[in-house]
Design a protein around this ligand. Structure first.
Ligand code: MRU
Length: 360
């Protein structure tokens, strides 16, 4: 079964609700840009490419709902304001702004409201389709780097749920499995929202790919015992120098991989490359509610209120992402090529031909 988490049906955006998985497989139907924005904020749709695609459809919904009686300039101005709201729903993943701005550019190229509506929706479909194609290519390029009979470790969820389909790091895993190269996968649970435990194991289970779940703190012992041949992760934003923003807990994985001489691969479409950001220091890291840390299950599951695991009133720090310095990254795998350190030189040459976040 091919998993698709983002789909356009009956003039609405359908999202496979990732806050309910794996307990419940249910869909959220968004009929307005406000509903899309809320779904992005509450992680019903999540993962950098998937929120980009959702953002593009959010612009398409805004274009449908704005009255066609408005003068074109005012119509486009209001569309821009709604697009900006969507782009700000989550700040770290550059794919969101990239996709919203790409659809707004298309809107501005038309002179009649009906044409704008059709063109923006067509662009959202294109962004979705291109993402699936990019993932297939990333899968093939990444699987080539893995040895036969390997065990890989992955973090968070970078699969079909997090993208238009197939996945980035999980796409590499899927491809390696299809090629008979892969023995199995270790998935970190990925505190605090447990995307690894809830989503990655769910996806791999659907396809019969062997997966063993480990707590985040077990990774050092796992690597030390020689049980992992490669670490493969995704990215929310890659700066021009190759610094990588990804799910909190990625940086310690890279340090541990370096310590144990294990390759650390970052897999992402070129829409995740941010040429306008020189290094990781300039990347805005989203901070989320402390409730996600002091309660297990806050924001997801049936009730969404979670179970307290700390005394009331204990403060918590909850950055959603961290920065992995470029020199800890063995290779960056995109749909147009594979780059290796020093990335300031190799990224533009190997991965620079796709449309990227600074093309606006
Ligand atoms: O907070 P999330 O679940 O949206 O974070 C997702 C990640 O960090 C992924 O690794 C990244 O977006 C790449 S998904 C292909």
């Amino acid at each position: 079964m091919e998993i698709r988490a983002v789909a356009w049906r009956d003039d609405a955006l359908w999202l496979l609700d990732q806050s309910a998985l794996p307990v419940q497989v249910s869909w959220v139907v968004c009929r307005s840009p406000q509903e899309v924005e809320e779904a992005i904020r509450s992680l019903k749709v999540r993962g950098a490419p998937a929120i980009g695609i959702a953002g593009a459809y959010g612009v398409a919904l805004a274009a449908r709902h704005l009255p066609d009686t408005l003068p074109l300039e005012e119509y486009l101005e209001r569309l821009h304001v709604q697009g900006e709201r969507l782009a700000r729903a989550r700040p770290t993943a550059v794919n969101l702004r990239w996709a919203v701005e790409r659809t707004l550019r298309v809107a501005r190229a038309h002179r009649r409201v009906q044409e704008v509506r059709e063109a923006v929706l067509a662009e959202a479909h294109r962004i979705l389709q291109e993402d699936v194609e990019a993932n297939r290519r990333i899968g093939a390029l990444g699987a080539d780097l893995l040895p036969h009979g390997c065990w890989v470790l992955t973090h968070c969820n970078t699969g079909a749920l997090a993208t238009g389909g197939w996945g980035t790091a999980l796409g590499v895993i899927r491809t390696a499995w299809a090629q008979g190269k892969l023995r199995g996968v270790y998935a970190t649970e990925t505190r605090p929202l447990l995307q690894g435990a809830r989503l990655t194991t769910w996806e791999l289970h659907q396809e019969g790919i062997p997966v063993t779940l480990v707590v985040d703190g077990a990774v050092g012992a796992l690597l030390r015992q020689g049980k992992v041949d490669a670490v493969v992760v995704g990215a929310d934003r890659i700066a021009a120098n190759g610094d990588v923003a990804n799910k909190i807990g990625t940086y310690p994985l890279a340090v541990l991989a370096h310590r144990h001489g294990i390759p650390f691969y970052v897999c992402a479409p070129t829409s995740t490359l941010d040429w306008a950001t020189p290094s990781g220091e300039a990347i805005v890291i989203e901070e989320r509610s402390p409730l996600e840390v002091v309660r297990v299950g806050w924001g997801w599951g049936r009730e969404g209120q979670g179970l307290p695991i700390a005394p009331a009133g204990v403060p918590a720090w909850n950055p959603a992402f961290d920065i992995t310095p470029a020199d800890l990254v063995t290779a960056i795998i995109t749909e147009v090529g594979v780059a290796r350190f020093p990335y300031a030189h190799t990224l533009p040459r190997r991965c620079g031909s796709g449309e990227s976040a600074d093309a606006r």
